[in-house]
Write a protein that binds this ligand. Sequence first.
Ligand code: HEC
Ligand code: HEC
Length: 330
Amino acid sequence: MAKKLLLPVVAILAILCGEVAYLSLKPPNMAPPSGIKVEPTPERIARGEYLVNVTSSCGHCHSVTDATKFGEPVAAGGALKGHLVPKEMGLPGEFSVPNLTPDLETGIGRMTDGELIRGIREGIGADGRVLFPFMPYTEFKEMSDDDVQSVVAYLRSVPPVKNALPVSRIAFPVGLFIKSVPEPVRNVPNPDRNDAVKYGKYLATISGCKFCHTPVVRGSPVAGREFSGGHEFGAGEYRAVSFNLTPHPETGLGRWTEEQFLKKFYDYKDYAANGPPPVKPESFTVMPWLNFTRLTPEDLKAIFAFLKTVPPIENAVETRPGAPKDNRKS
Ligand code: HEC
Ligand code: HEC
């Protein structure tokens, strides 16, 4: 290598090493867990069940599911007990989705309510570790105090299941870069349910619609293209790309009526009740339709009202690229 090239290379290396050293020493922006004690009222437990199993998909990610079936239903006995993330998912490291049942040794039994709430909204594990943001705390930071407390009340009410899992190991240097993701969260009020657009915006965030329906470049959502779809999931012949949810008339939801929108979700009720069919390339999805089919009409109408207010973006999405046409109903 020519001498004059060497100097910049050395300089760049020095800067990179400096950056890595800086990130290794810099502590994440975290606060101690609050000392809150959640009162497990029947209302809280019922609300928590809806948040965990319907809106916020905790029960989808943290359960053992049957990936051979449409919509990945929870396997018998698999609810909330956690599992290893398959290597094929290509996450940087070795990951467990932790056991959220109240088992004392292998679940959340020994975590305090404050530690749980901090884990969910701020991305700090019980051991003070920064959680990999595949756990969507960047969205859950918007979850209201009442709602996150209901989640805790519900998780404490399910039967404990023993299922020991290793702590995730995040590969270098990703483990360093994610240290800047968590941020302390305090006092999030409930959204005003009488304002459908505001309430819909809240739901579209804590239900992952925004997360999954915004395109991603190098791991980060593209600012200004929220809800325009094009976020790719899966691998090989099983691929799904999220649809454009902006009100663009040709390529988004612009021509959809509220009735069509609700029907799309409620068409999956029989799959949820009687078991879904085997998944095929043309029906593969990561969208938790089987949970979402339980969204109340009030909640779906609010989400639809909100989506009608986001700026329309033209983005024609083929949701199952290369797959034969889906012959599923509707
Ligand atoms: C998209 C998948 C996904 C969803 C949805 C999800 N989680 Fe997680 N969660 C994870 C993963 C993966 C981890 C582990 C991350 C790591 O080890 O760095 C995790 C970690 C956690 C932890 C940390 C436990 C500890 O060791 O301290 C808690 C608590 C938790 N999740 C609760 C929830 C709750 C409650 C919800 C719903 C409101 C939820 N999660 C939704 C994937 C998910
Ligand atoms: C885990 C990722 C994920 C989440 C969360 C998610 N979606 Fe999706 N969505 C997808 C993908 C991928 C597709 C394309 C495949 C399919 O149709 O299932 C899709 C498709 C759709 C479609 C188009 C269906 C059609 O007619 O082709 C609508 C409407 C939709 N999503 C709405 C929503 C709403 C509203 C929410 C929040 C309540 C949401 N999605 C949450 C990933 C997601």
